[in-house]
Design a protein around this ligand. Structure first.
Ligand SMILES: NC(=O)c1ccc[n+]([C@@H]2O[C@H](COP(=O)([O-])OP(=O)(O)OC[C@H]3O[C@@H](n4cnc5c(N)ncnc54)[C@H](O)[C@@H]3O)[C@@H](O)[C@H]2O)c1
Length: 447
């Protein structure tokens, strides 16, 4: 087993976090020189975290100073430690933050339920944060992330990296250029087959915790339960309500992203979900969420219906897709924006197709090149340019997705959302799911 530093004192982290609130000098984004190398640490170095780390470290102006993972094996901490040999190694993010005075940025690539606790603590220390999608596990956490980024003046980026791909950037451009006119409805879907546990009860048996895994640290803010091989760590946590956000949470912040960017929508005012009854602990394998948003300058009416569909093989009803020939093949996942001058299909992930009112496909469309989502954050931390999925954008997008996951608990019931008050105004029981209980001693340090 690798030598990693163990936990010293989370209370010390919390105390530092509190004092950081009064120390604007720690807001490196304001004082960091353009010629200095950005010192960063990664929390969650395996899975997607590995490509996050490589993506950010691709910038020659970035130095990897810290690595943290609860799993010391080769696919997790191991490969990162072998690659970035000068970086300090940790298994506990609280200790990493205790010893973070040289760091200006933290990458958070853990399972969804740990994004906010780690990111909030990092931002309270004045660290810039690059965090995986969905930004958080609850609506309250998403709101807190947005507030923290604003309050501490740090540079933030959610990793819905397809936003920076030519395909999504081109789609947004076409809408902004008025090429489909004003948009009257949107359909977004994910028809793929999830590979994680769905519709099952909690396993009644347990397995010994492998020597390379710190199971207690993996569980973090969540209630404790026994370890079981193949059920939670790695990857399969997605299917469990305690840790993940199901198919909508996994893909919503990607697939709805060009819809939010193109139409400049922010928060729905109501939603209704059609879904089978939820098992007590796992997410459902099918859901349709009908959102209603206030209209914007890009929409045809004063309100905009946006419908999300997930389930194996699902796609929007063809009769709703004006301008698209009935024999046209739709992608397995993506969005359709129906406008008064045409309809835009935005596959996940491929170049958009624009159908004209005569059902012909538009040719010779402009193409907007990709930018680098990872180094965009590193550059912005160094005072060069801005991020496009900063938490003021990613927060409301994630809140919308997570409101859908609340709706899945109350199928068929219309939920009315007052975004400013952060309240589901007509449903006290649904409102309780805006937040969740935290394991004693692990409560986030709210701002
Ligand atoms: N943007 C994308 O395209 C994309 C793709 C895949 C995953 N993701 C997101 O990335 C995140 C991670 O997903 P994954 O599939 O890589 O999960 P995973 O379980 O395969 O990997 C998570 C990594 O974090 C480590 N880890 C877990 N808890 C930790 C903790 N408390 N402290 C330090 N390390 C910890 C694990 O050991 C593992 O190395 C999720 O939020 C997921 O939604 C995004």
């Amino acid at each position: 087993m690798r030598h990693v530093k163990n936990r010293r004192s989370f209370m010390k982290s919390a105390a530092i976090a509190g004092s950081a609130i009064t120390l604007p000098a720690l807001q490196y984004s304001r004082v960091y020189g353009a010629n200095d190398r950005l010192q960063i640490a990664s929390v969650g170095t395996g899975g997607k975290g590995w490509s996050d780390l490589l993506g950010v470290a691709a910038s020659p102006q970035v130095e990897v100073a810290g690595l943290c993972d609860i799993d010391s094996s080769a696919k997790h901490l191991g490969q990162a430690a072998d690659r970035f040999t000068a970086a300090r190694q940790y298994d506990d993010w609280r200790q990493l933050l205790d010893e973070s005075s040289d760091l200006q940025g933290v990458l958070v690539s853990t399972p969804d339920f740990m994004h906010a606790p780690i990111s909030l603590a990092a931002m309270q220390l004045g660290k810039n944060v690059f965090c995986q999608k969905p930004l958080t596990h609850t609506v309250l956490e998403a709101r807190q992330m947005r507030r923290a980024a604003d309050k501490f003046g740090v540079v933030t980026q959610m990793c819905n990296q397809i936003q920076s791909h030519s395909a999504y950037r081109t789609a947004v451009h076409l809408v902004h250029e008025g090429m489909i006119g004003k948009v009257r409805e949107v359909h977004s879907w994910q028809g793929g087959q999830p590979s994680w546990p769905r519709h099952i009860p909690r396993p009644s048996e347990s397995d010994p915790v492998p020597a390379n895994v710190r199971w207690d640290l993996w569980q973090g803010v969540a209630a404790e339960r026994p370890y079981k091989i193949g059920m939670y760590h790695p990857f399969n946590w997605r299917g469990w309500q305690a840790y993940g956000t199901g198919q909508l949470g996994d893909f919503g912040c990607h697939i709805l992203d060009p819809v939010f960017k193109a139409l400049e929508i922010r928060s729905p005012t109501k939603l209704t979900v059609d879904a089978p009854e939820l098992m007590p602990e796992t997410w459902t394998d099918r859901a349709t969420v009908q959102y209603e948003f206030p209209g914007t300058k890009y929409t045809a009416g004063s309100t905009l219906p946006v419908t999300w569909y997930d389930g194996v093989g699902v796609s929007p009803p063809r009769e709703t897709l004006a301008h698209i020939p009935s024999d046209a093949k739709l992608p397995g996942a993506g969005s359709v924006l129906v406008g008064d001058k045409g309809t835009l299909v935005i596959p996940h992930v491929a170049m958009p197709q624009l159908y004209r009112p005569d059902q012909s496909v538009a040719a010779d469309l402009p193409v907007i090149p990709s930018v680098d989502h990872y180094t965009q954050w590193a550059d912005a931390c160094r005072g060069m340019g801005e991020t496009t999925s900063h938490f003021d954008y990613a927060g409301p997008l994630t809140e919308t997705v997570l409101l859908g996951t609340i709706g899945i608990r109350f199928p068929g019931q219309k939920l009315q959302w007052d975004a400013e008050a952060m309240k589901i105004t007509n449903h006290a029981e649904a409102q309780q799911w805006i937040s969740k209980p935290y394991r004693k001693g692990w409560e986030p340090n709210w701002i």
